[in-house]
Design a protein around this ligand. Structure first.
Ligand SMILES: [Zn+2]
Length: 103
């Protein structure tokens, strides 16, 4: 099970990395000619920046999950040490806390 999960997480990281590369590509390409208003350009940059930070946070979470799979801590709450409910893990595969300890 853990090998499969690891593969799933790794694949997701690759996808996220591609998304970040695409965002950088968008920045490098500049704007389409009809995007004349600076305000909307700036908004677009903000959206791209937000998407990039989101992707980076997720990559971090997934990397941590892979580390925890390797050291046998995956699926256990980082705070109280209890097992994390499988239903919770199904929704949030990179969850590090049980439902009681999560914010
Ligand atoms: Zn807990």
């Amino acid at each position: 099970m853990s090998a499969q999960l690891k593969q799933q997480f790794t694949q997701r990281i690759v996808e996220l990395q591609k998304r970040i590369d695409n965002i950088h590509q968008d920045f490098a390409d500049g704007r389409p000619a009809d995007w004349s208003e600076q305000a909307s350009e700036r908004e677009n940059d903000e959206v791209l920046n937000a998407l990039e930070s989101e992707a980076k946070v997720e990559i971090q979470l997934l990397s941590n999950a892979i580390t925890r799979i390797d050291n046998g801590h995956y699926g256990y709450c980082q705070t109280c040490g209890d097992t994390i409910n499988p239903a919770r893990l199904a929704v949030q595969p990179a969850a590090i806390k049980c439902i009681n300890c999560a914010d």
